[in-house]
Design a protein around this ligand. Structure first.
Ligand code: NAD
Length: 466
């Protein structure tokens, strides 16, 4: 498969092999063969290998970020942030080798010890998207390996080089042959083989809602453990007392950063009527400062879309938006000169968007922001919750009662007060509810729950029949 730079389609950045179903089966067999020895490697020793991977990724941070920008398109600054997120995750997860604890519990029977241990599942698979091609594979691989599983990773077809780099780093860190296996290729064959294979005990998937639904159903039929993290339609709610400057900054960077190609991107602003005009005029002024361009150019704040399909999808939604709402800014591809060879869309703002219109309900995954005006807090909350997704959200207010009511009632797995929808940290659980997330959470200590099974143990040392 040939991969071209989305900022300049004349540049071929990778020619990657497409694995076959037979090669996936070989990878699973290798993972299965490597499992007993890896399971028997002590958890602290596994943790030290993950810590080494963190150190190596820190040394190779610039190189990994350069690969990321060339094949995915995000700005070099954003790529550095992504690689740092992966490093943070490796550093945190290395400690799980020391924290892999169960519980001791009082028994109903005298002279009986009751406790639990956490055990690995065996061979697990990770199926990942192109938009965070370093951070997401790392945040699945690190907990899977530290808990003693072996893994087959299938990254998105559009970003093979980032995955290759990541696996090289794990290998240099001392992960033994067979413990981490990489297969490249499309979802229908390579991905599906991993979902169907009887020796794969768990599937950790991140990607679109449509594919996640298929994988969850197929996994359930085979009694596999599944974790699916999917799309978002994340709102920022701006109440009348909000700090407008702060909320504008978060809305613009959340909507246009990474060209809107983030699961946590801000795609809706739900703003109280009283401050809507002022908010919108400040937002448009700020949005005009965002520059589309090559991610290696220091003046660029919005890189290209990842490929022609994504470009077509975003432009199609923009055309729908022009019929549904009032276009205030952008609304087209950026063309002329060097832009003609890249896949750039101008930061786009729609106002007077109806809460139930297509652009307010569906994930666009491009630099497109919809402003929805509402009369009061109750309606803001209803509108914020009116989508099928539930990943991230944010409220801008200093009214403590409304702030706490929002936290209680917003239907998202993560929420923010007076900060952007896109922020997340390696040691804090990550994931969504409703159509966004099924299965256990990723990141933080809880991430290891997906990759382990609990075993309950009773030891009777009474030497009599109880
Ligand atoms: P996608 O669903 O098209 O693909 C994701 C992965 O699934 C790829 O590796 C793909 O090859 C594979 N795949 C496709 N069909 C398959 C099948 N039938 N069987 C097995 N595997 C299959 O998603 P994408 O376009 O790569 O990524 C964008 C999506 O990911 C957006 O919806 C975004 O919101 C979501 N996302 C979610 C999170 C999160 O944590 N919630 C994070 C990042 C991205």
């Amino acid at each position: 498969m040939e991969r071209r730079n989305p900022a300049n389609l004349d540049e071929v950045v990778a020619v990657a092999p497409l694995s076959t179903r037979a090669e996936v089966r070989e990878a699973v067999a290798a993972a299965k063969a490597a499992f007993p020895a890896w399971r028997d490697t002590t958890a602290p020793a596994r943790g030290r290998i993950i810590a080494k991977a963190a150190a190596l990724m820190t040394e190779q941070k610039d190189e990994a970020a350069r690969i990321l920008t060339r094949e995915e398109g995000k700005t070099f600054k954003e790529s550095l942030v992504e690689v740092q997120r992966a490093i943070n995750n490796l550093e945190f997860m290395s400690g799980e080798g020391l924290r892999l604890a169960g519980q001791t519990l009082p028994s109903e029977q005298p002279r009986t010890l009751a406790y639990t241990i956490k055990q690995p599942l065996g061979v697990v698979s990770a199926i990942t998207p192109w938009n965070f091609p370093v951070a997401i594979p790392v945040w699945k691989t690190a907990p899977a390996l530290v808990t003693g599983n072996t893994m087959v990773l299938k990254p998105a077809g559009l970003t093979p080089l980032s995955a290759i780099k990541m696996v090289e780093i794990f290998t240099q860190a001392g992960v033994p042959a067979g413990v981490l296996n990489l297969v490249l290729g499309d979802g229908k064959d390579v991905g599906d083989e991993l979902v169907q294979h009887p020796d794969v005990h768990a599937i950790s998937f991140t990607g679109s809602n449509e594919v996640g639904g298929l994988i969850y159903a197929a996994g359930a039929r085979k009694m596999k453990k599944c974790q699916c993290e999917m799309g978002g339609k994340n709102p920022i709610v701006v109440l009348a007392d909000a700090d407008l400057k702060l909320s504008v900054e978060s809305a613009a960077s959340g909507a246009f950063g990474s060209s809107g190609q983030r699961c946590t991107a801000t795609s809706r602003v739900v703003v109280e009527d009283k401050v809507a005009d002022e908010f919108v005029s400040m937002l448009v002024a700020r949005a005009k400062e965002f520059r589309a361009g090559d991610g290696f150019d220091e003046n660029t704040s919005v890189g290209p879309l990842v490929d022609e399909n994504q470009l077509e999808t975003v432009l199609r939604y923009i055309e729908i938006g022009k019929k549904e709402a009032k276009l205030l800014l952008g609304g087209s591809r950026v063309i002329g000169g060097a832009f003609d060879r890249g896949l750039f869309v101008a930061p786009t703002v729609f106002d007077h968007v109806k809460w139930d219109s297509t652009i307010a309900q569906e994930e666009i995954f491009g630099p497109v922001l919809s402003v929805i005006r509402v009369p009061d807090f109750e309606e803001a909350l209803r509108v914020a919750n009116s989508v099928k997704y539930g990943l991230s959200s944010s409220v801008y207010t200093n009214d403590a009662a409304k702030m706490l009511a929002f936290i209680d009632r917003i239907e998202t797995g993560m929420t923010h007060v007076n900060s952007a929808t896109v922020w997340s940290e390696a040691h804090v659980p990550f994931g969504g509810v409703k159509g966004t997330g099924v299965g256990l959470r990723e990141l933080g200590c809880v991430a290891i729950d997906f990759y382990t099974e609990l075993k309950s143990v009773y030891i009777d040392y009474s030497a009599r029949k109880q």
